[in-house]
Design a binder for this molecule. Structure first.
Ligand code: FMN
Length: 330
């Protein structure tokens, strides 16, 4: 059974990449993920705040309009802040590259124009196999035009591309007016892969303290819908790899992601819940399913139910399917 796949030119022994999270914030945890079969890891993010000290410049972007940059604040694991300094991040990478046999992908999280993009060069020198950019920006200013927002993303990719020659992936969000064209623009700007999609921190309201809050909520397999839709739509349309992310919890989820057109998947919630051993179990279930259905490789199933190969393209293309909605009974 051949579970190998290729992601941005990186040969992976199977499709499971562990996504940026506290799971990939310590050497021991990453070693355990590798021992249980992870094909690659995306390190916990290094944020522009940890690289740039030009905070006024960041503030300009983060607090333009009325709200702030949801992700940067929500993902900050305060307890490990001291370990996340930019120099330590580079040291971590060097140690991991000496001791791991799987690809290590760095996660660079920022939005403003600034020195954090040049830091990509240091990541490359430290030995990372690829860089994942998380540029999720919430444009709250009603004067900000959509093109201006797109430009922000594209310039960030172009700038990082000018600094490095290793593969760059963009962790996209699904909030663009034209996600298909935006995907193409990101690839034209220098990205080699897209992660579909980022999972922004959730907003809530604390009724006790009467204040807005942010939480990180666990995903479930039901959350895969948009990843499946856009992998299926973009399959073979771009000269780039696609990675399904958000809601990939089981071997069935991986099968669906591959069939929709993904080259790999990222997992976080399921591993936080079940431990690193979950990777081993999922891979065993994946093999069993493939044997039973007489598949011999992951490659063979890639894109087999993408937009152009499904007999039901409306499932991907129509947002509101009249018959489904009108016939639905509780
Ligand atoms: C506790 C936690 C911390 C995370 N930290 C980051 C981060 O630093 N950078 C990032 O790009 N994504 C971060 N993520 C998002 C994950 O990488 C992933 O995109 C998201 O959890 C969706 O995958 P899942 O459905 O398998 O959980 C974090 C997720 C969780 C649950």
């Amino acid at each position: 059974m051949d579970l190998t796949t290729t992601y941005m030119g990186l040969k992976l022994k199977n499709p499971i990449i562990v996504g940026a999270s506290p799971l990939t914030a310590t050497y021991d945890s990453i070693k355990e993920l590798e021992a249980n079969g992870a094909a690659a890891v995306v390190l916990h993010s290094i944020f522009e705040e940890q690289i740039n000290h030009e905070l006024h410049e960041i503030d300009h972007f983060l607090f333009k309009g009325s709200e702030d940059y949801a992700e940067a604040l929500g993902y900050f694991p305060e307890v490990t802040l001291s370990n996340l300094e930019s120099q330590n991040y580079l040291e971590e990478i060097k140690k991991l590259k000496e001791n791991l046999s799987i690809p290590v992908i760095a996660s660079l999280n920022g939005v403003s124009k600034g020195g954090w993009q040049e830091y990509a060069k240091k990541l490359e020198s430290a030995g990372v196999d690829a860089i994942e950019l998380n540029i999720t920006y919430i444009p709250t200013d009603i004067e900000t035009d959509a093109r201006e927002v797109e430009k922000l993303y594209l310039e960030a990719v172009e700038t990082v591309r000018a600094y490095v020659s290793i593969p760059i992936a963009v962790k996209m969000n699904a909030y663009f007016s034209a996600p298909a064209q935006m995907s193409k623009k990101l690839i034209d700007a220098g990205a080699n892969g897209l992660i579909l999609f980022d999972r922004p921190v959730h907003v809530d309201i604390d009724l006790e303290n009467l204040n807005a809050t942010q939480t990180i909520t666990p995903s479930s397999s039901n959350d895969m819908s948009e990843s499946l839709r856009w992998c299926a739509i973009l399959y073979k349309k771009l000269n780039a790899s696609l990675c399904a992310s958000t809601g990939v919890n089981t071997h069935e989820d991986i099968l669906k992601a591959m069939m929709s057109g993904a080259d790999a998947v990222q997992m976080v919630t399921a591993l936080k819940k079940n431990g690193a051993v979950h990777i081993k179990e999922v891979l065993a279930n994946l093999q069993t399913w493939m044997e039973e259905k007489e598949y011999i490789s992951i490659e063979q199933m890639k894109g087999s139910i993408s937009l152009h190969h499904t007999t039901n393209p409306a499932a991907y293309q129509r947002a509101n399917y009249m018959r489904l909605l009108t016939d639905y009974r509780y």
